[in-house]
Every structure is written in C-alpha cells, then in structure tokens.
Design a protein around this ligand. Structure first.
Ligand code: AMP
Length: 485
C-alpha cells in the first residue's frame, strides 16, 4: 500500500499479507505466517481476528516476533479466523493509524482488509470521497477501499466489494475478513502475488508467498489468479472473475529481488529463476576471473548460476551481518553509507590477489555497489567486475515495490559506462531484457503484449498512473516524468 499526502508523511510501502479461515488457533498461525513474510515488511505488523461475535485487532510497530510475543495479546486475538499484514515503509514518519489490517464497522457488519500493492488513483478517489463527506482516519490508500465498500449502493458484501474494486486502479493483492467470509483478491493484471493454501483438516489459508505456507505446514493449493476473487466460507470456496480474463502482468522484480528464494511464485521457483538469470548473465557478459562472489543475500542464487555456467569457483567473499536492517530503509544518504559498512565485510583470504566478479540483483542508487567494490579492492582484489542480475532500473515503481523517485535512480541519469565509473568497477554489465525473459522461461519479451510488469526497466506502465499524471480536472499531483530514457 502507498499512503496519500494527508499530512506531510508520505510513505512508500511493500507488504506481505496472510489469512487463516477456520482454525482453533487462527491468530497464532497468522503470526507465524507473517514471520515468514517478514522480508516483505519490517516496519510494522498487525492482525485482525474474529471469534464469531467480536473482531479484535492488534497492530504494532516493528517486527512480527516482538509485535505478537505477548500471551495477553495473543489471548485477545482468540478466534477461528484471522488476517494479518506486515508493512515495509522506507521513508517518512510511520504512524500506528496506518498499520494494517484496517477495520471498519459497516451497515452489514465488520470488514477488515489487508493490502499488498499500491493504488494509483487513491488520491483522486479520496478527494471525491472526502467531498461526499467521508472522514478518513489514516493516510493509507487502502482506506479508500473501506469507504468505497461502505458507500456502495450495491446489495451484499461481495457486490459492494466488487463495486469498490471496479473503481480502484493499481496493483493490489488483498485479504479481507467479514463475520462469515475470508476473501482473497488479486488485481486484474495480478501484479502482486497471492496464493491459496490448505491444511489437512480443510482450514484454508491465503499468503503472499508459499514460504509462509511451509512455516505452518499448510499445503500449496494454487495461485489466486489475476483478477480473481476467492471467497472462503463455511459453504466452501467460490471463485469470481468480475474483470473478465485479462492477460496477467506479474511483477518481474518479485523474482529478481523481492520474494524469498524458497517460495514458488507465479508457478516458478524463485531460487531457480535467479540461478537461470545468473547463467544467462554469464553467457551474455562473461569476463576472465578467478572467483565469483555474491553480494549477500540477494545476489547469492544468481552468483551460483553464474559460477556454474562460467566454470569459475563460487566463494562467499563478502559476509553479511544479519543483525542490521536492509540498507535501503535508512532515511539519509549518510546513514545509508554507514549502514552498508555495518552490513557487509570482506572475507579477505577469498579475495586477495584475485580477479573478482561480484554478482548483485540490482543497482538502485548505486550506494551498495560503490561500497562493495571499494571493500573488495581494499581486500586485495586485482580486478573487480560487477554483474547485475536485472536490467538497469531506469524507472520508479508505482505498484508496490519501493524505488526512490526517478532522479535518484543511477540508471536514469547515467549510461552503463557512467554507472561503471560511478561504482568504480573495472567492468559493469546488466542482464539484457531478452536474457531476463529467457531466464523466466520465455524465449523473449513480447513487445506487443509483455508477459510481466517490467516497468522499472522499461517505463512501460501497464496500469494508469492517475494520481501521478494528474487529471485534467485536478492537475498533476506529483512531478511529471518522461517515459522513455
Ligand atoms: P542501492 O544501494 O541504492 O543501489 O540499492 C541496491 C541494493 O538494494 C541491492 O543490493 C538490492 O539488493 C537492494 N534493493 C533493490 N531494490 C530494493 C528495494 N525495492 N527495497 C529494498 N532493497 C532493494
């Protein structure tokens, strides 16, 4: 979810969602599922549970383990159904009223919703709703969905929900809870992931990724399809497709960086895809070297694939300290620089006197690469070559993966040689778009109908950016940007 500039606090967020229907200990299972999804959001976590009579919510800042460690909190969340959310905010003030799942009492009863993704017309909708008298409690775009459901003229929860979904634009995977249903939804292009799982006793589960099913011993059933609404109730499971069957445009960056490597996402093993990308990279831009070293952790599978294809030894030449948060979430450049030093250390014996190929998943601002190249040189490398397991990140994401604004993306302002100079490597290469698609099992990118959302590499945004572009009536809300680089 993305928050709207209600106050000054504007946040970009990436999230994980999870839900359990009909289990004696639903909230504890949701807490475990959220723990497995912690990489999708480390800023805050929340659970809403229903016990047949009352909805109970607990939301807290910080990691899942701390948010739900108290027995008192878990006892309050007793109930047979629960949904939960982890949130990743990368800058701006973080406030508890934005922490999900959001909940509201409506004319038909309670309604809770957890959202992964960003709505791209939330500000336009919000202005309309505020004009009509709606009072917003949070700065979150997700709250728009609650007001659209609440003010819908349709009868019945599902028809109201569909009515709301037809008005929103953007990328969204949602898990919603009412007093007799748990509902999972993916946006018409299925940009963000959502899977359905099941326990042996029939308890149903929704999760952003399959790694969250594994942790609680649930079996993977299937992906929720693009544009599909899956309704889980005591009557069983129903599937609705109110948007027809548009062609899916799953986020390719989930495979490159965001999803956990032990997840099966969009029918593919994330680990295998990353290894295939590494192998393609070695074929496309191999260079003589003595050792392949991943930038941990996100570069590891691609480096394994690269090393196997190149026939060069793979070594852990950089060791990561796991007790430091992701460098990316630090708010200032100064602290980001410090964060990288805190996070990585050179494993000198694996580097000294060697020609090194470093493999990382992506370059965003270039901060990490610059530091790592320097660190490897300081540890005695004779040559340092950087290989990146994604094409250059030239465009911001508006669909739920945090990237800084375009002016801060190194690839938006530098060509490859300029980037090489910036990170001070002896050579720099990125995988090509076709190489990336080949690694995904597609012969090449279909330019008429791309198979994935790859807007961060191409500027080809498949969903209108209404708030960003602005409407004629309202004027642009955010700085305009040029599409092609
Ligand atoms: P930078 O240092 O700004 O170039 O960021 C690149 C590093 O951040 C890479 O090592 C990636 O693993 C990581 N990264 C890339 N995209 C994201 C993201 N959306 N959120 C957090 N980390 C990211």
């Amino acid at each position: 979810m993305l928050t709207t500039p209600f106050d000054d606090d504007q946040l970009h967020e990436e999230c994980g969602i999870f839900g359990v229907y009909r289990h004696a200990d639903a909230a504890r299972h949701v807490a475990l599922g959220l723990h497995a999804l912690q990489h999708r959001g480390q800023e805050a976590a929340g659970i809403v549970a229903f016990d047949g009579a009352r909805f109970q919510a607990h939301r807290a800042m910080g990691h899942v383990a701390e948010a739900f460690e108290s027995d008192r909190v878990m006892a309050e969340l007793a109930g047979y159904t629960a949904i939960g959310h982890v949130r990743y905010a990368t800058f701006g003030a973080t406030i508890l009223r934005n922490v999900q799942p959001l909940f509201a009492d409506m004319s038909f009863g309670g309604f809770a919703v957890a959202h992964n993704g960003n709505l791209t017309n939330a500000m336009a909708l919000r202005r309309r709703l505020v004009k009509a008298g709606c009072i917003f409690q949070s700065t979150s775009d997700t709250e728009v969905i609650l007001h659209l459901v609440s003010t819908s003229q349709q009868n019945g929860v599902i028809d109201r929900f569909i009515d709301a979904l037809k008005q929103i634009q953007g990328a969204y995977s949602l898990v919603a809870l009412t007093d007799n249903m748990m509902i999972g939804v993916r946006d018409p292009l299925g940009v963000r992931p959502l899977v359905l799982g099941k326990f042996e006793d029939g308890t149903m589960v929704f999760a952003s990724e399959t790694c969250a099913l594994d942790i609680i011993g649930a079996d993977f059933v299937r992906d929720v399809e693009a544009g599909e609404i899956v309704i889980v109730s005591d009557e069983g499971i129903r599937s609705l497709k109110p948007f027809g069957s548009p062609k899916s445009r799953f986020c390719i960056f989930e495979h490159i960086y965001f999803a956990r490597p032990d997840s099966i996402v969009d029918g593919r093993s994330v680990y295998d895809v990353r290894k295939h990308i590494g192998a393609e990279l070695a074929r496309e831009s191999g260079v003589p070297a003595d050792v392949i070293i991943p930038v941990p952790d996100s570069g590891v599978p691609a480096a394994i694939g690269y090393a196997a294809e190149a026939g060069v030894p793979f070594e852990l030449g950089i060791i990561r300290n796991h007790y430091v948060g992701r460098t990316f979430i630090e708010p200032t450049q100064q602290i980001r620089n410090l964060g990288v030093k805190l996070k990585h250390n050179a494993n000198r014996p694996q580097i000294e006197g060697k020609r090194v190929i470093l493999v990382d998943d992506s370059i965003v601002r270039g901060t990490t690469s610059l530091k790592i190249v320097q660190m490897v040189r300081d540890a005695g490398a004779t040559e340092v070559h950087m290989r990146i397991a994604s094409p250059p990140t030239t465009h911001s994401c508006f669909y739920g993966v945090d990237t800084p604004e375009r002016s801060q993306l190194l690839a938006a302002t530098h060509d490859i040689e300029g980037m090489r100079k910036f990170i001070q490597a002896d050579s720099l290469a990125f995988i090509s778009m076709d190489g990336l698609y080949r690694a995904m099992g597609e012969p090449r990118r279909n330019t008429d109908a791309p198979q994935y959302c790859d807007a961060c590499f191409t500027g080809d945004y498949p969903i209108p950016l209404t708030d960003h572009w602005g409407s004629e009536e309202d004027g642009p809300r955010l700085p305009l940007f040029s599409k092609a680089i």
